[in-house]
Design a binder for this molecule. Structure first.
Ligand SMILES: [Fe+2]
Length: 256
């Protein structure tokens, strides 16, 4: 998930500077139990309300194994498949670092997990959001290409002082997008797939707008990062959105 603040008056840091050891062995039995509780609850909640590549990714990456996944175990499956790898970070990273990571097929995952009394509330995305929500789709070859391209677009947009354009594109696809699949409305975004409250809300609430996804619509649609979204963009299909985003050049992004 993106952090809004970009600090410009400090020495430039590389994305590698934000990476920390996951220290998987430091997760406690309670941490692993919280993962298992979240996983079982969310899989049951989602059922087939999520695009099928997400469910394929859960299986491929063996995410149903008990306990918090370790990043090396994930990477052993993910990297040979799509070139992506996960790295541990202590919390949100600045936007320019996040997009730089994506452009190099690196996905940051929190090195911590929420507590049992915070199952539905998060001040910052933890490893359940990052690993359960994001990593399954990165095992899908075409989505993996798109996510790396969003990283390239984001780096270019930030360099041009227009980072919000890429942030909105990212938000309305990778994070909170919906998509049609076989005629049904499905969850695409990680923020929805990993949320107990917003997953059904996004699909079923009568109180929100659902607008057709286009790159132009995404870039012109603000979002909320601290509440349920008031509107969701719906891809006509995952494949169409991937193709549309992959065709977008940095120059075109800045011209919309
Ligand atoms: Fe996220």
């Amino acid at each position: 998930m993106l952090q809004e603040t970009i600090t410009r008056d400090q020495p430039a840091r590389r994305w590698q500077d934000y990476v920390v050891p996951q220290c998987w062995e430091d997760f406690t039995a309670e941490d692993h139990a919280v993962w298992d509780l979240l996983f079982a609850r969310q899989v049951d909640l989602l059922g087939t309300r999520v695009v099928s590549p997400f469910l394929d990714g859960i299986d491929l990456l063996k995410l149903s194994h008990p306990g918090v996944p370790d990043v090396e175990g994930l990477n052993a499956i993910l990297t040979p498949r799509t070139g992506w790898r996960t790295v541990a970070v202590p919390g949100l990273v600045p936007d320019e670092i996040f997009f730089a990571m994506l452009s190099e097929r690196v996905f940051p995952v929190g090195n911590f997990i929420r507590t049992r009394d915070q199952l539905d509330y998060l001040e910052a995305p933890d490893c359940f959001h990052d690993m359960f929500g994001h990593i399954p789709m990165l095992a899908h070859h075409d989505f993996a290409e798109m996510a790396a391209h969003v990283g390239r677009l984001g780096s270019a947009a930030i360099a041009a002082g227009e980072g919000h354009r890429a942030a909105r594109l990212y938000w309305h696809s990778v994070e909170f997008g919906l998509a049609k699949e076989h005629g049904g409305l499905k969850i695409l975004g990680a923020g929805l797939a990993s949320s107990f409250g917003e997953a059904h809300f996004s699909l079923e609430s009568d109180e929100v707008e659902r607008l057709p996804f286009s790159v132009e619509q995404a870039i012109n649609t603000p979002y909320k990062h601290d509440a349920f979204q008031p509107r969701y963009l719906v891809s006509a299909s995952l494949d169409e959105t991937i193709a549309e985003v992959l065709e977008l050049t940095p120059e075109a992004l800045l011209a919309i």
